[in-house]
Design a protein around this ligand. Structure first.
Ligand SMILES: Nc1nc2c(c(=O)[nH]1)N[C@H]1C(S)=C(S)[C@@H](COP(=O)(O)O)O[C@H]1N2
Ligand SMILES: [Mo]
Length: 383
């Protein structure tokens, strides 16, 4: 990850200008080539639409509309658990506190004046799923900002610092043991995880200042992690000598599944962190008698070996990966299909370079909780 300076930036802006025009039209109708039509899935209501993002609300993408590598900022999904805070951008300060050599405050101008980096990163909500949501809590964007490590090194994390806490400006009321407690949205990382080169304090999304719903003016970006890690409206970074606990690190976004622990079967709870290996089919189009199946892959950044599609009881067939994919972006895929008329079932699976294969629903570990739904997601369609 390098400072990409003017060239790539102006290039990106050019693409975004075109992309913005295309995505306006796409809002009503997906970007299709001339003569190409969208084929409805029989498992999904044809008029499926959850509307645009509203202050404090959740916005789901209609994943049939995904045709661009970058999600337009207004299409990118939105989750805001404590509503929409209004941050005064002019008086904004990012505070860095706790076990550091120098506690510091950074204004937006301070951060903008530092060396900028950019990265493509796609992510999904840890609660994203096929049934009902059709994988709509998902998006992919180019992010630009300051390396988190640079800011931490400027402040100097003390050797006794173990955990770094990221607080948002949004506050909610939590009922804990019959008491209402006001808490800010917060997540944490170990010092080691926080120091990864790719972590960013993002100021821009797809060449624009961060939009209101996506954390204006500053958010944490932890590429390869589920969306919940990417703290929006970031206002404070605090270094402490012990594990941080909060709703979003300890009570919520916690997967409960059965695992064998040293030979003993146990129910294990873990906080949602790295994105599990996952693919899904989101779109089928038809043009001049041939069909095209498309979808996405997300994972923690481990390189992939293959994405395959199976139709009905046929063989697994290799799909083609979008060459624009980068380590932490989503990876879109396509496969041409010679469809016969009738009812069909289709499913995708991804395999990474280490030979890990995306599991079927039946192969998923026994799991209680709605988080981390990475099983293969079969779709049905009538041609
Ligand atoms: N401050 C703050 N950050 C937050 C959240 C939030 O409610 N408040 N939601 C988290 C969750 S659960 C997700 S999935 C992502 C969604 O990011 P997006 O709305 O930009 O897509 O933001 C994360 N960061
Ligand atoms: Mo989420």
């Amino acid at each position: 990850m390098k400072d990409d300076k003017i060239d790539r930036r102006s290039m990106l802006k050019g693409t975004m200008a075109l992309g913005a025009a295309a995505s306006m039209a796409q809002f009503a109708m997906p970007a299709l080539a001339q003569g190409e039509t969208l084929v409805p899935f029989s498992d999904m209501p044809e008029d499926y639409s959850r509307g645009p993002a509203l202050p404090g609300g959740t916005h789901f993408q209609d994943t049939r509309q995904i045709s661009d590598f970058y999600s337009a900022n207004e299409d990118f999904y939105v989750v805001q658990h404590y509503g929409q805070p209004q941050v005064d951008v002019n008086n904004f300060r990012l505070k860095v506190t706790g076990l550091v050599d120098n506690e510091r405050e950074f204004s937006l101008a301070d951060l903008q004046g530092m060396s900028q980096t950019s990265i493509d990163a796609g992510f999904e909500c840890g609660g994203n799923r096929g049934p009902g949501l059709f994988q709509g809590l998902i998006g992919n964007a180019n992010w630009r900002g300051v390396s988190l490590k640079t800011v931490l090194d400027l402040c100097g994390v003390k050797p006794e610092g173990e955990e770094i806490v990221f607080f948002g400006a949004d506050v909610g009321s939590e009922l804990i043991r019959e008491t209402d407690v006001e808490q800010a949205f917060a997540r944490s990382l170990s010092v080691e995880d926080a120091m990864r080169d790719e972590n960013m304090l993002a100021l821009e999304m797809n060449g624009e200042p961060l939009p209101l719903f996506h954390g204006k003016p500053l958010r944490l970006l932890v590429p390869g992690y589920y969306g919940v890690s990417n703290v929006k409206w970031l206002s404070q970074i605090h270094v402490q000598d012990r594990r941080f606990m909060s709703r979003f690190m300890g009570r919520d976004y916690v997967t409960l599944k059965k695992e064998v622990v040293g030979g003993q079967e146990r129910w294990v709870e873990n906080s949602v962190t790295k994105i599990q290996l996952k693919s899904a089919i989101t779109r089928v189009t038809s043009m001049g008698g041939t069909h095209k199946i498309s979808g996405f892959v997300l994972n923690d950044g481990t390189p992939l070996r293959s994405v395959e599609v199976k139709i009905d009881n046929g063989q697994w067939q290799r799909a083609e990966l979008d060459p624009r994919a980068t380590q932490y972006s989503w990876k879109l895929f396509n496969m041409d299909w010679n469809a016969s008329s009738g009812d069909h079932t289709m499913v995708s699976r991804v395999t990474d370079i280490n030979g890990n294969v995306q599991v079927t629903m039946d192969e998923m570990p026994e799991k209680i909780s709605r988080w981390e739904n990475y099983a293969q997601f079969p779709r049905t369609i009538t041609i």
